[in-house]
Design a protein around this ligand. Sequence first.
Ligand code: AGP
Length: 605
Amino acid sequence: MCGIIGYTGKSHAEKIMLDALELLEYRGYDSAGIALLHQGGTEILKCTGRVKDLRNLCALKKPEGFCGIGHTRWATHGGVCDANAHPHRFGRITLIHNGIIENYRELTEKYALEGHLRSETDSEVVAAVVEHFYAGDPYSAIRRTVLKLKGTFALAIMFDDQPGKIYAVRNVSPIVAALTGDGAILSSDVAAIVPFTTDYFVVPEFHVACLKPDGIELYDLSGDQAKIDWLKVDWDVSRSGKGGYPFYMEKEIMEQPEVIRETIQPRIRDGRPDFSQEQIPDEILSGCRRICVIACGTAMHAGLVGKSLIQAMIGIHVDVVMASEFMYNDPVVDKNTLVIAISQSGETIDTLEALKFARKCGSPSISIVNVKGASIARASEYVIYTNAGPEIAVASTKAYTTQLAVLYLLTARMAMARGLWSDEKLSDFMKELQRVPEVLERVLETKEEIHRLSGTILNARDVFMIGRGLDYSILLEGSLKLKEVSYIHSEAHASGELKHGTIALITEDTPVIAVVTQEKLKSKELSNIREVQSRGARVLLLIKENETLDEGEKWSCVYRLPKMEDPFMVMPASVVLQLIAYYVSLDKGLDVDKPRNLAKVVTVE
Ligand code: AGP
């Protein structure tokens, strides 16, 4: 959470920082600010609101300089106000911070800061501690400060008497750095670096990077120079913009056929699933007695689909655990438990901490991550990258379906490794998986029809979504999507559970979205739909194109999904639900890509 940027070089830093903060805004958008270090001193401009508000402020004040740091905030410590916006300044130190300093109260007391701080943030306390230790040697002050901090941090620091230099240090929260051609840049993720270069490196934890106009130096905490491990962004850089769509969410929904192709094709050899590129040994897939998926939000919903697939097709037990709850339920994981961590950003701290815990228990681990080189990828034994490209909209769409694509591949490889399927069965499964992109193209061609259907819930206060088995898993994700971008209260319910309480809430004012894609569950699901219809609910039904419906019944709203084999129906149904959420948000005039209170990368527990 929070976007951080720093630039030093020959260009005007304020322009570079404002452009970069716009690209990083999806990490948090409560307030924004920049600081410029120049001969005349340090100048800070910050305000509550979006980067566009900061841009207006800058247009008024016309700050100038060639070395600066900037921040876009997702509030943790202290409310949303100008004083709490970053950068923070104490004495000769100006700093921006992403993360949480857990012991900021003790530090406030220890260094007698009470009454000297201007904000309510833990970040300003860090600036004060750096100032306390600063006696002309930035490395020493940073080193001594870092040893006092408990918590997570990505810090970019400028010292008044160190012109042209930006220092960076981190624990858990990410910082990447690169050379721009005319200077050096750091950022919380590669999104802000891609306009300059595709070569970058991740600042290692507890190392100090010093950015200067003519290069970057890296030191470990004992003061020894460290080697920089350069990486290459392998995104198609042209994917970074909105590509003519009004919002990233629509663009990312529309990209799904292509990115699913790019995720599965490199992992199919001779028609079979292949993870040799990832060097995943078959023994890890054949030897485990159970699987534990750890993830949050949408990624966890992908895990639920994976659970249904693996349990049904491989016959081993799969737990899907909310990463944020993992540690608090005395997790039972051991060397016989394969842990699969799923994360788009690869930085979600709950998932990262749960993964580290599981590894300490001896569990083999695979992570499914979208962002190359992210913390979760580095913390796991094996990593499978989804090739979804940059996902900028806060609501996750293409990351989810590419995570599903990887889970289908993993299921098939596991079946192979365990000798469970005949060649024919494996070949049928893989052929069906390869049909997914073209099936999604068919769904996307009908987006105007879906837009029209979304009108049936536009003015609803509450929406219920019902289904069984895999359909229920899809609806959990559909419901999350709807509430996060449209602010409509929505609940997904296993339809058989309705009669155990929730049906009391069903009236003619509560539209119901029902998904019926699983042959073996169809008649039960249709009975549950009749139960809500008879309480007055209007039902929007998503069902396979070939299913016959009783003409005598009141099917006012039906969307026909292109037919796939049942385990794959998740794919077209999910895309329809994504589009419904998108159009409701759009038609309500909301900021689709940046829903209130949310941030794309969740690096606080
Ligand atoms: C979904 O639309 C949300 N953005 C959110 O639930 C997200 O999936 C969750 O925070 C996990 O993020 P990750 O995939 O980056 O770990």
